[in-house]
Write a protein that binds this ligand. Structure first.
Ligand SMILES: *Cc1c(COP(=O)(O)O)cnc(C)c1O
Length: 433
């Protein structure tokens, strides 16, 4: 079959995520036949460098031989088992490994099957725990410009207007506080953000169960990056008002910011840590909320006492997903990934710096394996969409966020591929003015 044939069949029955489907009247869906490393190949034989790790999940490349082998090994043995009353070896091993990689007192893993479900779990646990302590605190605090997923509560603690505004009337109660920013015309300093946080806490702390934030980078929030120092100060402040801290490391966990987990750089241990996306190397959906024995023990008691956390998902702790997660951790252990990425991220920065000759590039920034810049002073609204379409023609899968172009590749991308990405961007940007 050809791209065109498949894309027609696709549109007959598939409603794609985060898409205005009418865009595809003139712009066909691209059916992918196979993937290898950082490269995806379609049915007409075109290749695309996956500059976004297929929505930030695919950290060790497509069809990674090691993860694939571990997955098929697991599939021949046990694909899934109910996690209430039962367990399996992979999840026991995975939980033990995660706890060993995380700071104390993080010691208990509660599994979900996607990032949004991890957020829901953390919000519910925090609220429930406070209730068990005799504190009814129905509000959650989040940073402006944050993103935590699309299910109702996750959407409520997010602040990307585009995704949220339609559903205002059906969201749960939240309060927002300022976030440090460098976007042109929207600058907020650390100090201003911390002052705002202090005011919000002063006014609402009795009602607030938890403060949720993405440490270091608000990815869907146009790759807004802020310092570890801000994260630390903000968390210390919130803790001083008896507000739980939820770290959403769904996007930044597993090496993205330069350490295995962003919390290491922030020097803060949250009450709840949410992980997903990179956890299985982009193979299968899995998420986990990691918390402490202190919180776990609040739920420990008799069944009748309303203490049990009666939350579940059908695919919780799926054995295939856990096998991929263990394989992903194996790769981190065996291949010195974090150290290698340091070198690679330096190379990425120096290559992309070649684009700084364009005066319409602003707010050039990098945290670990994420690099981003903004296109400023254009009248056109969907500059990002324009670049997306043009880049595809040249064999790049980019997915700009509004006017922010970002590069968040699989860690296995080669230097040659990085150079190619920059040369294509250079060519496209040179035609913009
Ligand atoms: C992607 C994402 C989520 C939601 O995860 P899903 O698996 O898409 O539900 C939550 N938080 C952050 C920071 C994310 O990037």
């Amino acid at each position: 079959m050809t791209n065109l044939e498949l894309s027609k069949l696709d549109l007959e029955h598939i409603w794609h995520p985060c898409t205005q489907m009418s865009d595809h009247e003139n712009f066909p869906i691209i059916p992918i036949r196979s993937g290898k490393g950082a490269v995806l190949s379609d049915f007409d034989g075109n290749e695309y460098i996956d500059c976004v790790s297929s929505w930030w999940v695919n950290i060790f490349g497509h069809s990674n031989e090691y993860i694939s082998a571990k997955l098929s090994e697991q599939a021949m043995n046990l694909e899934h088992v109910i996690m209430a009353g039962f367990s399996h070896e992979g999840i026991i091993k995975l939980s033990n490994r995660l706890i060993n990689l995380l700071p104390k007192p993080l010691n208990k893993c509660f599994y979900g099957d996607n990032g949004s479900s991890a957020i829901e779990i953390a919000l519910k646990m925090s609220y429930h725990k406070n209730l068990l302590l005799g504190k009814n605190k129905p509000l959650f605090l989040n940073l402006k410009n944050s993103y935590h997923g699309e299910t109702i509560a996750a959407l409520s603690v997010g602040d990307v207007e585009l995704y949220k505004k339609i559903y205002k009337n059906i969201l749960i109660k939240t309060v927002q506080t300022k976030v440090p920013m460098n976007f042109k015309g929207m600058e907020v300093s650390d100090e201003e953000a911390l002052n705002d946080l202090k005011n919000v806490l002063e006014n609402h702390h009795e009602q607030l169960s938890a403060f949720i934030l993405e440490p270091l980078v608000q990815c869907a929030g146009d790759m807004n990056m802020y310092s570890a120092d801000f994260v630390k100060k903000a968390c210390v402040l919130a803790k001083s008002y008896d507000v739980d801290i939820i770290f959403d490391e769904v996007a930044v966990g597993f090496g993205r910011t330069g350490s295995l987990f962003a919390l290491e750089l922030c020097d803060i241990v949250p009450d709840f840590l949410c992980l997903s996306k990179g956890i299985t190397g982009g193979y299968l959906p899995l998420s986990v909320v990691v918390t402490s024995d202190r919180i776990y023990n609040e739920f420990y008691g008799t069944y009748e006492s309303n203490k049990a956390f009666l939350h579940s998902h059908s695919y919780t702790g799926n054995a295939l997903a856990c096998a991929c997660a263990n394989a992903t951790l194996d790769i981190f252990e065996k291949e010195n990934v974090i150290e290698k990425n340091k070198e690679l991220s330096k190379f990425i920065k120096s290559e992309f710096s070649k684009l700084l000759k364009y005066d319409f590039i602003d707010n050039f920034r990098q945290t670990g394996m994420i690099l981003a810049f903004d296109l400023v002073n254009f009248k056109q609204k969907r500059m990002g969409h324009l670049i997306y379409k043009q880049a595809l023609q040249k064999g790049l899968l980019l997915r700009p966020l509004a006017n922010t172009i970002y590069f968040m590749p699989p860690y296995v991308i080669t230097k040659e591929q990085v150079c190619y990405v920059v040369s294509v961007l250079d060519e496209l940007l040179s035609k913009l003015r």
